[in-house]
Design a protein around this ligand. Structure first.
Ligand code: 5AD
Ligand code: SF4
Length: 473
């Protein structure tokens, strides 16, 4: 899955921040909900759908869980650690619930789907368990829980895409937004729990996607990231307009909303990303030149066990093709160390693949066996944890070197940057990204630019993960 483009995203449960929509007055609502999201961007996007559904049903958002009538955790199951973080978080809420007996606690998302009603047995304080395709039934489930019953809906759907629901932008910078274009995954990578927690792949109505992106643009947003577990297999038969929309076509339609609207997407699967997509990216200046192309392993033997359906050579050819069509394209990856039966030689293949692809950055993990996955049923999790961790350290070291090289190479270059807001460290500096998805920090000076403006920035220095520059006029 998932769908990792920027630092807001990623990895498991480490961020779990509170989000609240402030585009409306939460005090107008009788009851208050508090929601935390964990895991991939899809989950963050889903929380915005949940917020919209709750809003329609009389719940306003709060950033302060102590004043909430309803606490929701939108959870991730991708690795064991992600689940542990959620369990720890629940113990914090337990104390609050003890002091405020009427308050409800609900678990949403992948952990809800994976554990189903078992969750209620394991975590006695939870009142509701709601899977990713059941959010429309939340109002009814809340009513049920309010009567003291435990409420569960973990039915997966082949159709649900929440196409007609206008997400409420939670904790938004007002400049960049995620737009979900499909749900589920049909790939069955052997390590991955996602096909079980999010169900079959289905694509959202293209007309509703373009409408959502157009509305965002009309409300001042300047960048949309089209989200799916495997965006390249997007496929929608639009019977009204008598058109079959592929991902390349959807990209083009989104890019055509306005040259001032940047378009990003995530995640691509190496087996599915087509030349047509690459040429479409090259043709439109406002489609960002950046691809997140998870390799997972550099060894063909391991890739086969992972059921990734490509070889090392196929992946390398794809990288060459990307560079040929877009020489300036940014590239990032997901990498797993210590998958079942991985030898030192397989691991060396992963390191050499990283050097070959020269990733700008990567999301790196050691293998965590997940119940119910193909790998759990077929293979032994036979690499000792210290070995998995040692290999992961080597992968991280390799990536640090590659990132350093990639960022240093940008010194002296000038980039068009979309200003997203103040830099984390100082309100005298702006923070934004270039097309390649690299973060730039630069002094505001007296130019009078504002959030959402495009500026030309010359890079003077690079730290790991950030380019430092100055505005040029
Ligand atoms: N163990 C470790 N990493 C995993 N990922 C998915 N499943 C597992 C697992 N069982 C990683 C993959 C995927 C990313 C979202 O998480 O690299 O691309
Ligand atoms: Fe991604 Fe594969 Fe997992 Fe689907 S099965 S979410 S494509 S890693």
């Amino acid at each position: 899955m998932q769908d990792y483009v920027n630092d807001k995203v990623q990895d498991e449960a480490k961020q779990g921040e509170a989000f609240a929509p402030f585009a409306y007055d939460p005090n107008n609502y009788k009851k208050k909900f508090y929601i935390e999201s964990y895991g991939c961007q899809m989950n963050f996007a889903d929380s915005e759908i949940v917020a919209s559904i709750l809003n329609e049903n009389g719940f306003g958002a709060t950033r302060n869980f102590e004043e909430a009538d309803l606490i929701l955790l939108n959870t991730c199951s991708i690795r064991e650690k992600a689940e542990q973080t959620v369990r720890n978080r629940l113990t914090t809420f337990k104390q609050i619930k003890n002091e405020k007996p009427g308050m409800l606690i609900g678990v949403l998302g992948c952990m809800a789907e994976r554990l189903k009603s078992k969750f209620l047995e394991e975590e006695k304080l939870v009142d509701m368990v709601v899977g990713p395709d059941a959010y429309r039934t939340l109002p009814g489930l809340i009513e049920e829980a309010e009567t003291g019953q435990k409420a569960v809906n973990v039915l997966l759907s082949r159709e649900e895409t929440y196409a007609d629901i206008s997400p409420i932008r939670l904790d938004s910078n007002g400049v960049t937004a995620f737009v979900s274009i499909m749900r589920g995954c049909n790939n069955m990578c052997s390590f991955c729990v996602v096909p079980f927690t999010r169900g079959r792949e289905r694509s959202r109505d293209a007309v509703s996607i373009i409408k959502e992106c157009t509305d965002l643009f009309n409300n001042g947003y300047k960048e949309v990231t089209l989200l799916g577990q495997n965006v390249d297999s997007y496929y929608f038969v639009d019977e009204v307009n008598d058109e079959t929309v592929t991902f390349a076509m959807l990209l083009e339609k989104t890019a055509m909303i306005s040259p001032q609207l940047r378009v990003r997407f995530s995640t691509s699967h190496p087996k599915d990303i087509t030349d047509e997509v690459l040429h479409t990216m090259a043709r439109y200046e406002n489609i960002c030149k950046y691809i997140h192309l998870p390799v997972q392993s550099g060894s063909s033997r391991i890739l086969q066990l992972m059921n990734r359906t490509y070889t090392r050579e196929w992946y390398m050819a794809k990288v060459n093709r990307i560079r040929e069509i877009m020489p300036d394209c940014g590239l990032s990856s997901d990498i797993i160390s210590g998958f079942c039966t991985e030898t030192e030689e397989d691991h060396a293949d992963t390191l050499s693949m990283m050097e070959f692809a020269k990733y700008d950055y990567s999301y790196m993990f050691f293998y965590s066996e997940r119940p119910g996955t193909l790998a759990e049923r077929r293979y032994k999790d036979d690499i000792p944890e210290p070995v998995k961790k040692k290999r992961l350290r080597e992968i991280v070291e390799m990536q640090n070197r590659l990132s350093k090289e990639s960022y240093s190479k940008d010194i002296g270059n000038t980039y068009k940057v979309l200003i997203e807001g103040n830099s984390k460290k100082s309100d005298k500096d702006w923070m934004g990204r270039n097309s390649q998805n690299k973060v730039l920090v630069f002094a505001k000076e007296n130019y009078g630019y504002k959030k959402g403006d495009y500026v030309m920035v010359k890079v003077n220095a690079a730290t790991q993960g950030t380019l430092l520059g100055t505005i040029i006029n």
